[in-house]
Design a protein around this ligand. Structure first.
Ligand SMILES: NC(=O)c1ccc[n+]([C@@H]2O[C@H](COP(=O)([O-])OP(=O)(O)OC[C@H]3O[C@@H](n4cnc5c(N)ncnc54)[C@H](OP(=O)(O)O)[C@@H]3O)[C@@H](O)[C@H]2O)c1
Length: 332
């Protein structure tokens, strides 16, 4: 697979998001996930993305255990600052001592001496970002982490953090249906030499055509709480997929490949990390790097699916409070 620059690393143009192997979208199968991980490395994916949050440590353990013999073949990215609290619930905590403890636990789970790219998963509004980034910088100096990143922060926060310690990557949502990064983050990353890692580049499966009936999502699937997957919003969004599928048909590619090719076409500093726990999707998505989109196709896609044509905000109101990114208003 062709490669992209991620700070001092050269990684595959597409990374592999590992979240759904342990978290978020239904009931994953560890054996199938392990096969998907091995297949990804065999195909040339060299960037794996995980977090302490995913499965509350289970995802890091899965990667560490499955790929312990292949650690030299991939750049390992994980995240701290969001995990399970004493009550067993998801919580954000950016205090330096908590981040350092999370890192130490992650190194055990990942069975590695150092994490290549360690992100602050969310900025804790009670802790100045300088303090949290200071803790990550100390991890770099201690050799536990090689480089650091941030997730879902505003351009202002990104610049502040970059002033404390060089930031290698900003990881935020970006896809045809989540264009918020276009307000300023993509340009700021380009200016500062920071890679933009695009999470949920398939619109959490929607743009791949994987969700046709949101009422069939598993009871604990987190997409049930996302406005775009709910009621009238979902019906309106579904109507956009016919035109999208038609364009994919013209190009003889799948909708997932088209969605990924669009993200790849938005800038050389952008690295999409499609998530899957299935080997067949790992294979299908890898071929997206070979889908070339001409100016006319890019224009048609832009006009079809964008922040004005998509119905519903990307997060519910409570989760929206946790993030700092610049947001387009959701279409009604
Ligand atoms: N920093 C953050 O706050 C944050 C937030 C969310 C995600 N992430 C990271 O970004 C990664 C990707 O995001 P995501 O998983 O939320 O969303 P995504 O990549 O947009 O979509 C993932 C969904 O699409 C399905 N899928 C993947 N390839 C497919 C294909 N070719 N055809 C049909 N369906 C396909 C997956 O199914 P299966 O899982 O069933 O295979 C999964 O349900 C995550 O794994 C995680 O590492 C980070």
């Amino acid at each position: 697979m062709r490669t992209s620059k991620l700070g001092s690393f050269q990684v595959s143009a597409l990374g592999l998001g590992c979240m759904s192997m342990s978290h978020g979208y239904g009931t994953p199968d560890n054996l199938e996930s392990a096969q998907a991980l091995h297949r990804a490395l065999d195909l040339g994916y060299t960037l794996l993305d995980t977090a302490a949050l995913y499965g509350f440590g289970a995802n890091e353990s899965l990667i560490g255990g499955t790929l312990r013999e292949r650690r030299g073949e991939y750049v390992l990215a994980s995240k701290c600052g969001m995990f399970r609290n004493a009550e067993g619930k998801r919580a954000i905590d950016g205090r330096p001592e908590i981040l350092k403890r999370t890192c130490d636990e992650a190194l055990q789970r990942l069975r590695t001496d150092a994490i290549d790219l360690y992100y602050l998963h969310r900025v804790d509004r009670r802790v100045p970002v300088e303090e949290s980034i200071g803790a990550l910088a100390e991890m770099v100096h201690a050799g536990k982490v090689k480089t650091i990143g941030l997730s879902e922060v505003s351009v202002e926060t990104l610049r502040r953090a970059h002033g404390i310690h060089p930031i290698t990557a900003l990881q935020s949502e970006y896809s045809l249906w989540s264009r918020n990064a276009e307000i300023g983050a993509l340009a700021a990353c380009k200016e500062l030499g920071i890679a933009f890692v695009a999470f949920s580049p398939l619109g959490r499966g929607f743009l791949a055509g994987a969700v046709r009936n949101s009422s069939e999502l598993a009871e604990k699937d987190i997409r049930r709480n996302l406005p775009r997957f709910q009621g009238g919003n979902f019906a309106k969004n579904l109507a956009l997929l016919d035109g999208f599928g038609a364009i994919a048909g013209e190009l003889h590619c799948t909708m997932a490949q088209l969605a990924l090719a669009w993200v790849l076409a938005q800038g050389e500093h952008i690295i999409p990390i499609p998530g899957t726990c299935h080997m067949r999707y790992v294979e299908e998505n890898a071929c997206a790097v070979d889908v070339a989109l001409g100016a006319d196709t890019l224009h048609r896609l832009d006009a079809l699916i964008n922040q004005r044509t998509v119905a519903g905000a990307r997060y519910d109101a409570a989760t929206q409070q946790e993030i700092g990114t610049e947001e387009f208003l959701a279409a009604a």
